[in-house]
Design a protein around this ligand. Structure first.
Ligand code: TEU
Length: 542
Protein backbone atom coordinates (compact mmCIF):
# COMPACT_ATOMS: atom_id res chain seq x y z
CA UNK A 1 0.00 0.00 0.00
CA UNK A 2 1.35 3.45 -0.96
CA UNK A 3 1.02 5.16 2.45
CA UNK A 4 1.24 8.96 2.41
CA UNK A 5 2.63 10.74 5.51
CA UNK A 6 -0.45 12.96 5.70
CA UNK A 7 -2.68 9.86 6.10
CA UNK A 8 -1.17 9.05 9.51
CA UNK A 9 -0.58 12.52 10.89
CA UNK A 10 -2.59 15.02 12.96
CA UNK A 11 -2.44 18.64 11.82
CA UNK A 12 -2.61 21.74 14.06
CA UNK A 13 -3.98 25.01 12.69
CA UNK A 14 -2.36 28.24 13.86
CA UNK A 15 -4.08 31.61 13.36
CA UNK A 16 -0.85 33.59 13.86
CA UNK A 17 -2.50 36.88 14.88
CA UNK A 18 -3.87 35.23 18.03
CA UNK A 19 -1.27 32.58 18.85
CA UNK A 20 1.71 34.15 20.66
CA UNK A 21 3.06 37.71 20.60
CA UNK A 22 6.84 38.09 21.09
CA UNK A 23 7.34 41.85 20.75
CA UNK A 24 4.49 43.32 22.83
CA UNK A 25 2.64 44.91 19.92
CA UNK A 26 -0.49 42.96 20.88
CA UNK A 27 -0.37 40.82 17.71
CA UNK A 28 0.91 37.26 17.47
CA UNK A 29 4.00 36.73 15.32
CA UNK A 30 6.40 34.14 13.85
CA UNK A 31 8.93 34.42 16.67
CA UNK A 32 6.06 33.72 19.08
CA UNK A 33 5.20 30.54 17.18
CA UNK A 34 8.86 29.42 17.34
CA UNK A 35 8.75 29.94 21.12
CA UNK A 36 5.81 27.53 21.32
CA UNK A 37 7.08 24.71 19.05
CA UNK A 38 8.12 22.57 22.06
CA UNK A 39 4.51 22.73 23.32
CA UNK A 40 3.23 21.54 19.94
CA UNK A 41 5.86 18.79 19.84
CA UNK A 42 4.66 17.67 23.29
CA UNK A 43 1.06 17.55 21.97
CA UNK A 44 2.35 15.18 19.26
CA UNK A 45 1.25 16.93 16.06
CA UNK A 46 3.55 16.65 13.04
CA UNK A 47 2.23 19.39 10.77
CA UNK A 48 1.08 22.97 11.23
CA UNK A 49 -1.43 24.65 8.89
CA UNK A 50 -0.34 28.26 9.14
CA UNK A 51 -3.07 30.80 8.30
CA UNK A 52 -1.68 33.53 6.00
CA UNK A 53 1.48 35.33 7.13
CA UNK A 54 2.12 37.23 3.88
CA UNK A 55 2.09 41.02 3.48
CA UNK A 56 -1.49 42.23 3.89
CA UNK A 57 -3.46 45.37 4.86
CA UNK A 58 -5.53 43.01 7.05
CA UNK A 59 -8.97 43.93 5.76
CA UNK A 60 -9.68 40.21 6.22
CA UNK A 61 -6.84 39.47 8.66
CA UNK A 62 -4.32 38.26 6.11
CA UNK A 63 -6.71 36.62 3.63
CA UNK A 64 -6.20 39.76 1.52
CA UNK A 65 -2.63 39.42 0.30
CA UNK A 66 -0.59 42.31 -1.13
CA UNK A 67 2.69 40.37 -1.58
CA UNK A 68 2.78 36.55 -1.59
CA UNK A 69 6.56 36.49 -1.27
CA UNK A 70 7.03 38.77 1.69
CA UNK A 71 5.97 38.53 5.35
CA UNK A 72 3.36 40.76 7.03
CA UNK A 73 5.24 43.42 9.01
CA UNK A 74 3.36 42.66 12.26
CA UNK A 75 4.33 38.96 11.97
CA UNK A 76 8.07 39.48 11.37
CA UNK A 77 10.47 38.93 8.47
CA UNK A 78 11.28 36.32 5.84
CA UNK A 79 14.28 35.39 8.03
CA UNK A 80 11.81 34.61 10.83
CA UNK A 81 9.81 32.48 8.38
CA UNK A 82 12.93 30.59 7.31
CA UNK A 83 13.78 30.06 10.99
CA UNK A 84 10.27 28.76 11.72
CA UNK A 85 10.54 26.21 8.88
CA UNK A 86 13.97 25.18 10.18
CA UNK A 87 12.98 24.92 13.86
CA UNK A 88 9.78 23.05 12.99
CA UNK A 89 11.78 20.64 10.82
CA UNK A 90 14.12 19.93 13.77
CA UNK A 91 11.01 18.71 15.61
CA UNK A 92 9.76 16.76 12.58
CA UNK A 93 6.92 19.22 12.13
CA UNK A 94 6.00 20.34 8.60
CA UNK A 95 4.69 23.83 7.81
CA UNK A 96 1.60 23.89 5.54
CA UNK A 97 1.12 27.35 4.00
CA UNK A 98 -2.30 28.91 3.42
CA UNK A 99 -2.68 29.49 -0.35
CA UNK A 100 -5.16 32.31 -1.02
CA UNK A 101 -5.32 32.63 -4.80
CA UNK A 102 -9.00 33.12 -5.56
CA UNK A 103 -8.35 36.80 -4.87
CA UNK A 104 -5.63 39.23 -3.79
CA UNK A 105 -5.69 42.43 -1.79
CA UNK A 106 -6.60 45.56 -3.75
CA UNK A 107 -3.16 46.76 -2.58
CA UNK A 108 -1.36 44.02 -4.52
CA UNK A 109 0.80 45.51 -7.31
CA UNK A 110 -1.14 43.49 -9.89
CA UNK A 111 -4.43 45.19 -8.94
CA UNK A 112 -2.85 48.62 -8.56
CA UNK A 113 -1.74 48.25 -12.18
CA UNK A 114 -4.95 46.56 -13.37
CA UNK A 115 -7.20 49.41 -12.24
CA UNK A 116 -5.05 52.10 -13.90
CA UNK A 117 -6.48 51.67 -17.40
CA UNK A 118 -8.48 49.32 -19.62
CA UNK A 119 -5.43 48.55 -21.72
CA UNK A 120 -3.03 48.01 -18.83
CA UNK A 121 -1.09 44.69 -19.21
CA UNK A 122 -2.52 43.58 -15.83
CA UNK A 123 -6.14 44.51 -16.68
CA UNK A 124 -7.17 40.90 -17.32
CA UNK A 125 -5.56 39.62 -14.14
CA UNK A 126 -8.93 40.51 -12.57
CA UNK A 127 -12.62 40.41 -13.55
CA UNK A 128 -13.79 43.76 -14.94
CA UNK A 129 -17.24 44.35 -16.47
CA UNK A 130 -19.15 47.34 -17.88
CA UNK A 131 -22.19 48.63 -16.01
CA UNK A 132 -25.52 47.24 -17.20
CA UNK A 133 -28.28 49.89 -17.37
CA UNK A 134 -26.06 52.09 -15.22
CA UNK A 135 -25.88 49.48 -12.49
CA UNK A 136 -23.97 46.34 -11.39
CA UNK A 137 -23.33 43.80 -14.19
CA UNK A 138 -25.44 41.08 -12.52
CA UNK A 139 -26.88 39.87 -9.21
CA UNK A 140 -23.77 38.10 -7.84
CA UNK A 141 -23.53 38.71 -4.10
CA UNK A 142 -20.48 38.99 -1.86
CA UNK A 143 -20.14 36.41 0.93
CA UNK A 144 -19.35 39.42 3.11
CA UNK A 145 -22.74 41.06 2.32
CA UNK A 146 -23.85 43.32 -0.50
CA UNK A 147 -23.09 43.12 -4.21
CA UNK A 148 -20.04 41.24 -5.47
CA UNK A 149 -19.37 44.15 -7.87
CA UNK A 150 -17.57 47.38 -6.95
CA UNK A 151 -17.59 50.38 -9.28
CA UNK A 152 -14.17 51.88 -10.04
CA UNK A 153 -14.32 55.54 -11.10
CA UNK A 154 -10.89 55.49 -12.76
CA UNK A 155 -12.09 53.40 -15.73
CA UNK A 156 -15.89 53.44 -15.22
CA UNK A 157 -16.12 49.66 -14.85
CA UNK A 158 -17.00 47.25 -12.05
CA UNK A 159 -14.60 44.65 -10.61
CA UNK A 160 -15.67 41.36 -9.01
CA UNK A 161 -15.06 40.58 -5.33
CA UNK A 162 -16.76 37.53 -3.81
CA UNK A 163 -15.42 38.65 -0.44
CA UNK A 164 -14.60 42.18 0.70
CA UNK A 165 -14.24 45.14 -1.66
CA UNK A 166 -10.54 45.01 -0.83
CA UNK A 167 -10.31 41.38 -2.09
CA UNK A 168 -10.70 41.55 -5.91
CA UNK A 169 -11.10 38.13 -7.55
CA UNK A 170 -8.29 36.94 -9.81
CA UNK A 171 -9.21 35.93 -13.36
CA UNK A 172 -8.07 32.29 -13.58
CA UNK A 173 -9.04 32.08 -17.24
CA UNK A 174 -5.93 34.22 -17.87
CA UNK A 175 -2.92 31.90 -18.20
CA UNK A 176 -0.61 34.72 -17.06
CA UNK A 177 -2.40 34.68 -13.69
CA UNK A 178 -1.98 30.91 -13.41
CA UNK A 179 1.73 31.16 -14.22
CA UNK A 180 2.24 33.88 -11.60
CA UNK A 181 0.57 31.60 -9.01
CA UNK A 182 2.71 28.60 -9.98
CA UNK A 183 5.89 30.67 -9.70
CA UNK A 184 4.88 31.81 -6.21
CA UNK A 185 3.99 28.26 -5.12
CA UNK A 186 7.35 26.96 -6.35
CA UNK A 187 9.07 29.75 -4.39
CA UNK A 188 7.51 28.36 -1.20
CA UNK A 189 8.03 24.69 -2.14
CA UNK A 190 11.72 25.37 -2.73
CA UNK A 191 11.83 26.79 0.82
CA UNK A 192 10.80 23.35 2.08
CA UNK A 193 7.18 23.93 3.12
CA UNK A 194 5.14 20.77 3.68
CA UNK A 195 2.25 21.75 1.42
CA UNK A 196 -0.73 24.07 1.05
CA UNK A 197 -4.21 24.60 2.44
CA UNK A 198 -6.05 26.10 -0.51
CA UNK A 199 -8.46 28.88 0.41
CA UNK A 200 -11.87 28.61 -1.37
CA UNK A 201 -10.14 26.73 -4.18
CA UNK A 202 -13.53 25.63 -5.55
CA UNK A 203 -14.17 29.25 -6.60
CA UNK A 204 -11.25 29.65 -9.04
CA UNK A 205 -13.27 28.03 -11.83
CA UNK A 206 -15.98 30.72 -11.62
CA UNK A 207 -17.86 31.97 -14.71
CA UNK A 208 -19.05 35.40 -13.51
CA UNK A 209 -21.25 36.14 -16.55
CA UNK A 210 -23.17 32.91 -15.98
CA UNK A 211 -23.17 33.66 -12.23
CA UNK A 212 -21.36 30.34 -11.61
CA UNK A 213 -19.00 30.60 -8.61
CA UNK A 214 -18.24 27.18 -7.00
CA UNK A 215 -17.11 24.10 -8.96
CA UNK A 216 -16.98 25.78 -12.36
CA UNK A 217 -16.35 23.71 -15.53
CA UNK A 218 -12.58 24.25 -15.62
CA UNK A 219 -11.82 23.83 -11.90
CA UNK A 220 -10.27 20.38 -12.25
CA UNK A 221 -8.25 21.41 -15.32
CA UNK A 222 -6.75 24.25 -13.29
CA UNK A 223 -5.93 22.02 -10.30
CA UNK A 224 -4.43 19.22 -12.41
CA UNK A 225 -2.36 21.84 -14.24
CA UNK A 226 -1.26 23.33 -10.88
CA UNK A 227 -0.33 19.83 -9.67
CA UNK A 228 1.86 19.28 -12.75
CA UNK A 229 3.49 22.71 -12.57
CA UNK A 230 4.16 22.86 -8.81
CA UNK A 231 3.42 20.51 -5.87
CA UNK A 232 3.05 17.30 -7.92
CA UNK A 233 6.83 17.06 -7.92
CA UNK A 234 6.99 17.04 -4.09
CA UNK A 235 5.80 14.73 -1.30
CA UNK A 236 3.53 17.38 0.22
CA UNK A 237 0.00 17.73 1.58
CA UNK A 238 -2.59 19.73 -0.36
CA UNK A 239 -6.02 20.29 1.21
CA UNK A 240 -8.66 22.27 -0.62
CA UNK A 241 -11.32 24.34 1.14
CA UNK A 242 -14.44 23.37 -0.81
CA UNK A 243 -17.59 24.57 0.97
CA UNK A 244 -20.00 22.98 -1.50
CA UNK A 245 -18.32 19.58 -1.81
CA UNK A 246 -20.39 16.39 -1.78
CA UNK A 247 -18.64 12.98 -1.56
CA UNK A 248 -18.86 12.69 -5.35
CA UNK A 249 -17.25 16.10 -5.82
CA UNK A 250 -14.66 15.32 -3.13
CA UNK A 251 -13.57 12.25 -5.11
CA UNK A 252 -12.91 14.46 -8.14
CA UNK A 253 -10.55 16.58 -6.02
CA UNK A 254 -8.88 13.82 -3.98
CA UNK A 255 -8.88 10.54 -5.96
CA UNK A 256 -5.12 9.76 -6.18
CA UNK A 257 -5.58 8.60 -9.79
CA UNK A 258 -6.63 12.13 -10.79
CA UNK A 259 -3.43 13.85 -9.60
CA UNK A 260 -5.24 16.79 -8.01
CA UNK A 261 -5.24 17.22 -4.19
CA UNK A 262 -4.60 15.05 -1.13
CA UNK A 263 -7.98 15.84 0.42
CA UNK A 264 -10.61 18.55 0.86
CA UNK A 265 -12.37 20.26 3.76
CA UNK A 266 -16.08 19.56 3.29
CA UNK A 267 -18.54 21.50 5.48
CA UNK A 268 -21.75 19.47 5.34
CA UNK A 269 -21.50 18.26 8.96
CA UNK A 270 -20.56 21.67 10.33
CA UNK A 271 -23.52 23.35 8.62
CA UNK A 272 -26.21 21.15 10.20
CA UNK A 273 -27.34 23.89 12.62
CA UNK A 274 -28.15 26.25 9.73
CA UNK A 275 -31.79 26.69 8.75
CA UNK A 276 -32.28 25.19 5.24
CA UNK A 277 -32.02 27.79 2.48
CA UNK A 278 -30.95 30.49 4.91
CA UNK A 279 -27.62 32.07 5.83
CA UNK A 280 -25.21 30.73 8.46
CA UNK A 281 -26.54 33.37 10.88
CA UNK A 282 -30.03 31.79 10.83
CA UNK A 283 -29.34 28.87 13.11
CA UNK A 284 -31.33 25.97 14.54
CA UNK A 285 -30.55 23.23 17.07
CA UNK A 286 -28.33 20.37 15.91
CA UNK A 287 -30.15 17.08 15.21
CA UNK A 288 -27.68 14.40 16.35
CA UNK A 289 -29.20 11.83 14.01
CA UNK A 290 -28.41 14.11 11.08
CA UNK A 291 -24.81 14.38 12.29
CA UNK A 292 -24.58 10.58 12.51
CA UNK A 293 -25.89 10.21 8.94
CA UNK A 294 -23.67 12.91 7.43
CA UNK A 295 -20.40 11.90 9.12
CA UNK A 296 -21.10 8.20 8.41
CA UNK A 297 -21.80 9.00 4.76
CA UNK A 298 -18.41 10.72 4.48
CA UNK A 299 -16.67 7.89 6.38
CA UNK A 300 -17.90 5.30 3.84
CA UNK A 301 -18.45 7.15 0.53
CA UNK A 302 -14.85 7.96 -0.49
CA UNK A 303 -13.49 4.40 -0.29
CA UNK A 304 -10.06 4.39 -1.97
CA UNK A 305 -11.06 7.24 -4.30
CA UNK A 306 -10.30 9.99 -1.82
CA UNK A 307 -9.35 10.87 1.74
CA UNK A 308 -11.28 12.61 4.54
CA UNK A 309 -10.24 15.60 6.57
CA UNK A 310 -11.70 15.57 10.09
CA UNK A 311 -12.43 18.80 11.98
CA UNK A 312 -14.86 20.59 14.28
CA UNK A 313 -13.11 23.95 14.40
CA UNK A 314 -11.13 26.47 12.40
CA UNK A 315 -10.58 30.24 12.34
CA UNK A 316 -13.97 30.78 10.63
CA UNK A 317 -16.07 28.65 13.00
CA UNK A 318 -17.35 29.14 16.55
CA UNK A 319 -15.77 26.87 19.13
CA UNK A 320 -17.45 23.45 19.11
CA UNK A 321 -17.61 23.08 22.89
CA UNK A 322 -19.80 26.23 23.00
CA UNK A 323 -21.65 25.49 19.76
CA UNK A 324 -22.76 21.87 20.28
CA UNK A 325 -21.37 20.94 23.70
CA UNK A 326 -21.72 22.55 27.11
CA UNK A 327 -19.05 25.17 27.87
CA UNK A 328 -20.02 25.56 31.53
CA UNK A 329 -21.19 22.56 33.59
CA UNK A 330 -19.79 19.89 31.26
CA UNK A 331 -17.06 21.82 29.43
CA UNK A 332 -14.26 19.28 30.02
CA UNK A 333 -16.47 16.22 29.41
CA UNK A 334 -18.03 17.60 26.24
CA UNK A 335 -14.71 18.86 24.85
CA UNK A 336 -13.23 15.38 25.32
CA UNK A 337 -16.36 13.78 23.84
CA UNK A 338 -15.92 15.75 20.59
CA UNK A 339 -12.23 14.84 20.48
CA UNK A 340 -12.75 11.10 21.05
CA UNK A 341 -15.62 10.85 18.57
CA UNK A 342 -13.73 12.62 15.76
CA UNK A 343 -10.15 11.43 16.26
CA UNK A 344 -11.06 7.73 16.08
CA UNK A 345 -12.66 8.18 12.65
CA UNK A 346 -10.95 7.52 9.31
CA UNK A 347 -9.16 10.52 7.81
CA UNK A 348 -6.69 13.23 8.80
CA UNK A 349 -7.70 15.12 11.96
CA UNK A 350 -7.14 18.89 12.28
CA UNK A 351 -6.88 20.55 15.69
CA UNK A 352 -7.57 24.30 15.74
CA UNK A 353 -5.47 26.31 18.21
CA UNK A 354 -7.03 26.31 21.69
CA UNK A 355 -9.34 23.37 20.93
CA UNK A 356 -6.87 21.09 22.76
CA UNK A 357 -7.43 23.00 26.02
CA UNK A 358 -11.19 23.52 25.66
CA UNK A 359 -11.25 27.22 24.84
CA UNK A 360 -14.77 28.64 24.47
CA UNK A 361 -16.70 31.31 22.56
CA UNK A 362 -16.55 34.91 23.80
CA UNK A 363 -19.97 36.63 24.12
CA UNK A 364 -20.17 40.28 23.06
CA UNK A 365 -22.85 42.82 24.04
CA UNK A 366 -22.30 45.36 21.29
CA UNK A 367 -21.03 45.50 17.70
CA UNK A 368 -18.22 47.82 18.91
CA UNK A 369 -16.58 44.70 20.42
CA UNK A 370 -16.64 42.84 17.08
CA UNK A 371 -13.58 42.87 14.80
CA UNK A 372 -14.39 40.44 11.96
CA UNK A 373 -15.39 42.08 8.67
CA UNK A 374 -17.87 39.28 7.89
CA UNK A 375 -19.80 39.90 11.12
CA UNK A 376 -19.62 43.70 10.92
CA UNK A 377 -20.86 43.74 7.30
CA UNK A 378 -23.70 41.36 8.16
CA UNK A 379 -24.65 43.50 11.19
CA UNK A 380 -24.91 46.66 9.07
CA UNK A 381 -26.82 44.89 6.29
CA UNK A 382 -29.34 43.24 8.62
CA UNK A 383 -29.79 46.42 10.69
CA UNK A 384 -30.61 48.29 7.45
CA UNK A 385 -33.08 45.51 6.61
CA UNK A 386 -34.97 45.90 9.88
CA UNK A 387 -33.54 43.08 11.99
CA UNK A 388 -33.47 43.65 15.77
CA UNK A 389 -30.01 44.52 17.16
CA UNK A 390 -30.26 41.86 19.88
CA UNK A 391 -31.08 39.18 17.30
CA UNK A 392 -28.09 40.15 15.17
CA UNK A 393 -25.78 40.12 18.20
CA UNK A 394 -27.20 36.71 19.17
CA UNK A 395 -26.26 35.41 15.70
CA UNK A 396 -22.75 36.81 16.02
CA UNK A 397 -22.33 35.29 19.48
CA UNK A 398 -23.41 31.88 18.18
CA UNK A 399 -21.70 31.80 14.75
CA UNK A 400 -19.30 34.76 14.48
CA UNK A 401 -15.67 34.15 13.52
CA UNK A 402 -14.20 36.26 16.35
CA UNK A 403 -15.22 33.42 18.69
CA UNK A 404 -12.30 31.40 17.29
CA UNK A 405 -9.88 34.32 17.17
CA UNK A 406 -9.54 35.38 20.81
CA UNK A 407 -5.90 35.08 21.87
CA UNK A 408 -4.61 31.72 23.03
CA UNK A 409 -4.82 31.36 26.80
CA UNK A 410 -1.33 30.24 27.85
CA UNK A 411 -1.41 30.94 31.60
CA UNK A 412 -2.94 33.05 34.37
CA UNK A 413 -0.71 36.09 33.87
CA UNK A 414 -2.04 39.30 32.30
CA UNK A 415 -3.60 38.79 28.86
CA UNK A 416 -3.28 35.03 29.46
CA UNK A 417 0.43 35.20 28.62
CA UNK A 418 -0.41 36.03 24.99
CA UNK A 419 1.06 39.51 24.96
CA UNK A 420 2.73 42.08 27.21
CA UNK A 421 1.06 44.75 25.09
CA UNK A 422 -2.60 45.50 24.40
CA UNK A 423 -4.15 42.49 22.64
CA UNK A 424 -5.56 43.22 19.17
CA UNK A 425 -8.76 41.37 20.18
CA UNK A 426 -10.27 40.82 23.65
CA UNK A 427 -8.86 37.95 25.71
CA UNK A 428 -11.58 35.67 27.12
CA UNK A 429 -11.74 36.43 30.88
CA UNK A 430 -12.13 32.69 31.57
CA UNK A 431 -8.37 32.37 30.95
CA UNK A 432 -7.83 32.22 34.71
CA UNK A 433 -9.44 28.76 34.64
CA UNK A 434 -8.90 27.73 31.01
CA UNK A 435 -5.23 27.92 29.96
CA UNK A 436 -2.36 25.77 28.72
CA UNK A 437 -0.47 25.83 32.03
CA UNK A 438 -3.47 24.49 33.98
CA UNK A 439 -3.97 21.79 31.37
CA UNK A 440 -0.32 20.72 31.49
CA UNK A 441 -0.47 20.50 35.30
CA UNK A 442 -3.54 18.22 35.24
CA UNK A 443 -2.98 14.66 33.95
CA UNK A 444 -6.74 14.36 33.37
CA UNK A 445 -6.98 17.52 31.24
CA UNK A 446 -8.33 17.98 27.73
CA UNK A 447 -4.74 18.48 26.53
CA UNK A 448 -3.70 15.00 27.62
CA UNK A 449 -6.85 13.54 26.06
CA UNK A 450 -5.75 15.03 22.70
CA UNK A 451 -2.15 13.93 23.29
CA UNK A 452 -3.35 10.36 23.90
CA UNK A 453 -5.60 10.38 20.82
CA UNK A 454 -2.67 11.51 18.65
CA UNK A 455 -0.49 8.72 20.08
CA UNK A 456 -3.27 6.14 19.59
CA UNK A 457 -3.39 7.08 15.90
CA UNK A 458 0.36 6.54 15.61
CA UNK A 459 0.26 3.15 17.36
CA UNK A 460 -2.97 1.55 16.07
CA UNK A 461 -3.44 0.91 12.31
CA UNK A 462 -7.16 0.29 12.92
CA UNK A 463 -7.66 4.03 13.38
CA UNK A 464 -6.01 5.00 10.09
CA UNK A 465 -7.04 2.00 7.95
CA UNK A 466 -9.99 0.24 9.67
CA UNK A 467 -13.45 0.02 8.10
CA UNK A 468 -16.21 2.18 9.62
CA UNK A 469 -19.67 0.96 10.61
CA UNK A 470 -22.37 3.14 12.20
CA UNK A 471 -24.35 1.43 14.99
CA UNK A 472 -27.96 2.47 14.44
CA UNK A 473 -29.85 0.90 17.35
CA UNK A 474 -28.90 3.56 19.89
CA UNK A 475 -30.87 6.40 21.50
CA UNK A 476 -31.02 9.56 19.33
CA UNK A 477 -28.41 11.40 21.42
CA UNK A 478 -25.94 8.50 21.34
CA UNK A 479 -23.50 8.42 18.40
CA UNK A 480 -21.85 4.98 18.22
CA UNK A 481 -19.68 3.40 15.54
CA UNK A 482 -17.43 0.39 15.08
CA UNK A 483 -13.99 0.19 13.48
CA UNK A 484 -12.86 -3.14 11.98
CA UNK A 485 -9.29 -3.99 10.97
CA UNK A 486 -7.99 -7.52 10.40
CA UNK A 487 -9.14 -9.45 13.52
CA UNK A 488 -9.70 -6.30 15.62
CA UNK A 489 -12.95 -4.45 16.37
CA UNK A 490 -13.26 -1.24 18.38
CA UNK A 491 -16.48 0.43 19.50
CA UNK A 492 -16.60 4.24 19.89
CA UNK A 493 -19.52 5.64 21.86
CA UNK A 494 -20.51 9.27 22.55
CA UNK A 495 -23.49 10.66 24.46
CA UNK A 496 -24.23 14.04 22.87
CA UNK A 497 -26.59 15.10 25.63
CA UNK A 498 -26.97 16.02 29.29
CA UNK A 499 -29.34 13.17 30.11
CA UNK A 500 -28.16 9.75 31.24
CA UNK A 501 -28.68 7.43 28.24
CA UNK A 502 -29.01 3.62 28.19
CA UNK A 503 -27.62 1.51 25.36
CA UNK A 504 -28.52 -2.20 25.00
CA UNK A 505 -26.83 -4.18 22.23
CA UNK A 506 -26.73 -7.74 23.53
CA UNK A 507 -24.54 -9.26 20.83
CA UNK A 508 -21.67 -6.87 21.53
CA UNK A 509 -21.24 -8.45 24.97
CA UNK A 510 -18.80 -6.83 27.38
CA UNK A 511 -15.16 -5.76 27.52
CA UNK A 512 -12.76 -4.20 29.98
CA UNK A 513 -10.22 -3.20 27.29
CA UNK A 514 -11.05 0.50 27.42
CA UNK A 515 -8.79 2.49 25.07
CA UNK A 516 -9.78 6.01 26.09
CA UNK A 517 -12.62 7.56 28.08
CA UNK A 518 -13.76 10.83 29.67
CA UNK A 519 -15.38 9.38 32.80
CA UNK A 520 -14.10 6.81 35.30
CA UNK A 521 -15.06 3.41 33.87
CA UNK A 522 -13.42 -0.02 34.26
CA UNK A 523 -15.69 -2.08 32.04
CA UNK A 524 -18.30 -1.81 29.26
CA UNK A 525 -21.31 -4.12 29.26
CA UNK A 526 -23.46 -3.66 26.17
CA UNK A 527 -26.20 -5.78 27.70
CA UNK A 528 -27.03 -2.70 29.81
CA UNK A 529 -24.80 0.29 29.32
CA UNK A 530 -25.56 3.55 31.13
CA UNK A 531 -23.88 6.68 29.73
CA UNK A 532 -23.30 9.81 31.78
CA UNK A 533 -23.83 13.30 30.29
CA UNK A 534 -21.38 13.75 27.38
CA UNK A 535 -19.73 10.44 28.24
CA UNK A 536 -17.52 9.06 25.48
CA UNK A 537 -15.14 6.13 25.23
CA UNK A 538 -13.49 3.71 22.86
CA UNK A 539 -13.31 0.04 23.79
CA UNK A 540 -11.71 -3.02 22.16
CA UNK A 541 -14.38 -5.66 21.53
CA UNK A 542 -11.86 -8.10 20.08
O1 TEU B 1 -13.30 31.21 3.98
C1 TEU B 1 -14.23 30.91 2.97
C2 TEU B 1 -15.56 31.31 3.39
O2 TEU B 1 -16.44 31.43 2.60
C3 TEU B 1 -15.78 31.60 4.83
O3 TEU B 1 -15.56 32.98 4.98
C4 TEU B 1 -17.16 31.22 5.21
O4 TEU B 1 -18.01 31.62 4.20
C5 TEU B 1 -17.63 31.90 6.41
O5 TEU B 1 -16.59 32.57 7.02
C6 TEU B 1 -18.23 30.86 7.30
O6 TEU B 1 -18.27 31.36 8.60
C7 TEU B 1 -11.97 31.40 3.51
C8 TEU B 1 -11.12 31.70 4.74
O7 TEU B 1 -11.11 30.56 5.60
C9 TEU B 1 -11.72 32.91 5.42
O8 TEU B 1 -11.06 33.20 6.65
C10 TEU B 1 -11.62 34.10 4.47
O9 TEU B 1 -12.27 35.20 5.05
C11 TEU B 1 -12.25 33.78 3.11
O10 TEU B 1 -11.93 32.49 2.61
C12 TEU B 1 -11.74 34.76 2.06
O11 TEU B 1 -10.36 34.50 1.85
Amino acid sequence: MNVKWWQTTVIYQIYPRSFQDSDADGIGDLKGIIQRLDYLEKLGITAIWLSPVYKSPNDDNGYDISDYQDIMTEFGTMNDMDELIKQADKRKIKIIMDLVVNHTSDEHKWFIESRKSKDNPYRDYYVWRNPVNGDVPNSLKSIFSGSAWEFDDETGEYYLHLFSKKQPDLNWENEKVRREVWDMMNFWLEKGVGGFRMDVIDLIGKLPDEEITGNGPKIHDYIQEMNRETFGKYDVLTVGETWGATPEIAKLYSDPKRNELSMVFQFEHISLDQQPGKEKWDYKPLEVNELKQVLSKWQTALGNEGWNSLFWNNHDLPRIVSRWGNDTTYRVESAKMFAILLHLMKGTPYIYQGEEIGMTNYLVKDISEVEDIESVNMYNERLANGYQKEDIIASINFKGRDNARTPIQWDRTENAGFTKGTPWLHVNPNYQEINVETNLDNPDSIFYCYQKLIKLRKDNPIIVWGDYELVTDTPQQVFMYLRHYEDETWAVVANFGEEIETVQIEHLGQSNKIVINNYERSTVNFQKLELQPYEAFAVKLK
